[in-house]
Design a protein around this ligand. Structure first.
Ligand code: NDP
Length: 522
């Protein structure tokens, strides 16, 4: 997922965004309807936005934390009040089913604001760290805002992902400047409009619209932290740009979530989990199920049920109908799905259902199930980011674990088993940032838990109290507990004091029992 600006801006008449160096047109993927235009902002405009954000941040950081939280809650209330407006736009600009727009986007943002405003006073309170040796001193950690946090986000969850990071940054006392994907700029501007109309400081949260170059300008504009969510290829360029400027960054990159179905799993629940976890948001989810390893004892029954359930899904325009499957937000994703499916079929996989675009207007791709897959096929190894679920039969959990771990990505993974303990033991051996036993996708909306990947799925974490603290500089203040008239570490260095230290080394860290070491003193 690393198309260049040129590749991304080729209009295909069905709704690809782009078309101009100065303006981006946003189209509805379900209909091709033109929804609006936004400017392509240049480096000077981005720099000016960050400078304004920095000025606003000074006053914001000076507010007591409780007051900042109270204002963020005002934003949450405004979002909840205007939820239908947001859902309507998500259904249009992303072609996302309205249930998903509400539950996966608006509700998660509301929950993140509610949760982090509740825990922030404790999570960001100064924290004493007990010193194990230097008991005469006291160490306290203070969490102070970093300044301006840059947020660069993708198009698949254009409300939830950026606002998650923006809200956490603001609570911690920072300003936030968001560069949304060029594919979904209007929803980011809606988030900004709600912020402004709730009477909150306009410069504190800003949106800069444009292509990748606008994101690159944001990294070069004097921000103090970047939270990036996107593909691996872009992530490497972004991390390099942050490295050159020594800007700390969090990298939330792609995934290839494996799903291990153990022999003892319940077929009905497992099949329903696979269909939901693979096809929600048309599979355009970084933690979507992208490969199923089913134990051979249950493989055929599970596959049959997954295919039946897939055929029941209703696909269509979510802005006019109640549908399960909406449109493909970014049209190139359909070419990517075609490519991987064709490769798999050419190498012997069987197309069980789907496998093609829906004819007619709009960007729709049929939910697809493949069987007989193996790791020689790209469908099992490359991120698809579309509605494609490939099945592979395995002889044992050992084989499933080995195959699951045979990936350059490690964001989410899933294990389904009738025995919770067994599921947990398998889960503990799968290489991923998060592994869910007997559920799917749920940790995307679990603010207590750190979310992020290992391997090339990125580094750093979003959500959790630790991530809230990551939005801050950590200042360590160390002070005396009691006055020490003589300090043995200070000058002068004498033979006597050296010998004292030498004895101390033996007593504290030498071998044998504590008693033996103490005896050596006399
Ligand atoms: P991209 O990596 O293509 O783009 C992500 C963002 O980076 C966009 O806003 C993009 O702008 C911007 N960008 C592009 N080039 C640069 C640059 N040189 N400097 C700074 N910013 C730049 O990802 P997609 O938008 O295609 O999103 C899909 C990817 O995101 C998938 O791989 C998916 O797995 C991943 N993802 C990861 C998640 C996670 O939490 N780990 C969650 C959701 C998605 P523009 O769009 O204008 O080019």
């Amino acid at each position: 997922m690393s198309q260049t600006v040129n590749e991304r801006t080729q209009g295909n008449g069905t709704g690809t965004n782009g078309h101009s160096k100065t303006m981006i047109q946003s189209h509805a993927p379900a209909t091709g309807e033109l929804l609006g235009e936004v400017p392509v902002m240049g480096a000077d405009e981005v720099r000016a936005a960050v400078a304004r954000a920095r000025a606003a941040q000074q006053a914001w950081a000076a507010l007591p934390l409780e007051e900042r939280c109270e204002r963020v809650l005002r934003y949450k209330d405004a979002i909840v009040e205007r939820a239908d407006e947001v859902v309507d736009l998500l259904a249009k600009e992303c072609g996302k089913p309205r249930h998903e727009a509400l539950a996966h986007e608006v509700m998660i943002v509301a929950d993140i604001a509610a949760y982090f405003t509740k825990v922030a006073p404790h999570a960001l309170a100064p924290r004493e760290i007990p010193l194990h040796m230097l008991k005469h001193r006291k160490s306290v950690l203070h969490y102070t805002p970093r300044g301006v946090v840059g947020v660069i986000s993708p198009w698949n969850f254009p409300f939830q992902l950026p606002l998650r990071d923006v809200i956490m940054a603001l609570i911690a006392g920072n300003a936030a400047v968001l560069k949304p994907s060029e594919v979904t700029p209007l929803i980011a501007l809606k988030a900004k409009q709600i912020w402004d109309e709730a009477g909150l400081p306009a410069d504190l949260f800003q949106v800069v619209t444009g292509y990748g170059a606008t994101g690159a300008a944001l990294i070069d504009s004097g921000i103090q932290l970047l939270v990036f969510t996107g593909g691996v290829a872009t992530g490497k360029r972004v991390a390099a740009a942050c490295g050159e400027r020594l800007i700390p960054c969090v990298m939330e990159l792609g995934g290839k979530a494996p799903f291990i179905a153990c022999a003892d799993t319940d077929i009905e629940r497992t099949a329903r989990g696979i269909v939901y976890g693979g096809f929600a948001n048309s599979g355009q989810v970084c933690i979507a199920i992208e490969r199923v390893y089913a134990h051979r004892e249950i493989h055929d029954r599970l596959l049959t049920r997954v295919v039946e359930l897939t055929k029941e899904l209703k696909m269509g325009d979510p802005s006019t109908d109640w549908v399960d499957i909406g449109a493909i937000i970014f049209p190139q994703q359909m070419d990517i799905a075609d490519k991987h499916i064709q490769d798999a079929v050419a190498k012997g996989a069987r197309l069980e259902t789907g496998g093609k675009r829906k004819p007619g207007p709009g960007q729709f791709y049929e939910p697809t199930v493949l069987s007989g897959c193996n790791h020689s096929m790209s469908v099992m190894t490359a991120e698809i980011f579309g509605p494609v679920i490939p099945f592979m039969s395995v002889a044992s959990d050992e084989e499933a674990i080995a195959l699951a771990n045979e990936s350059h990505l490690g964001l989410n993974a899933y294990v389904f088993s009738g025995d919770r303990g067994h599921g947990r033991r398998v889960a503990e051996r799968v290489e991923a940032g998060s592994v869910l036993v007997n559920d799917v996708l749920l940790n995307g909306g679990m603010p207590e838990a750190p979310f992020g990947g290992i391997k090339q799925s990125g580094f750093g974490r979003v959500m959790s109290d630790d991530s809230l603290r990551e939005m801050c500089d950590v200042r360590h203040v160390n002070e005396e507990r009691m006055a020490t008239p003589v300090d043995p570490f200070w000058f002068p260095y004498t033979e006597k004091s050296y010998k004292l230290f030498r004895k101390g080394l033996g007593v504290l860290f030498g071998g044998g029992s504590v008693l033996d070491r103490l005896k050596s003193l006399f």
